[in-house]
Design a protein around this ligand. Structure first.
Ligand SMILES: [Zn+2]
Ligand SMILES: [Zn+2]
Length: 87
């Protein structure tokens, strides 16, 4: 049993702080809280991995600061990639 007392679903909070979580721009306490939630929540886990995938691609393109437009483009590319893989 891993039912911790006081566990609530924090999807909205987790998604709202997605970027801070990935960049570790939070306190250890907050990181732990989100990490705990994400480890048991498929929705948030998928959102995090999708975002991390984008980060990896951006890093490969040697882009240090990603403008929103580029982010959108990368996201579209990822979607296309997924769809073409699906066959
Ligand atoms: Zn939860
Ligand atoms: Zn969640």
């Amino acid at each position: 049993m891993n039912t911790e007392p006081g566990h609530e679903c924090h999807c909205e909070e987790a998604l709202e702080h997605l970027y801070e979580y990935i960049d570790a721009e939070m306190t250890e306490l907050e990181l732990d809280r989100l990490r705990a939630h994400i480890s048991e929540c498929t929705t948030c886990l998928e959102a995090v991995s999708r975002e991390q995938e984008v980060r990896v691609i951006l890093r490969k393109s040697c882009v240090e600061v990603a403008p929103d437009e580029l982010r959108m483009r990368v996201r579209t590319q990822l979607t296309l990639l997924r769809e073409s893989r699906r066959g």
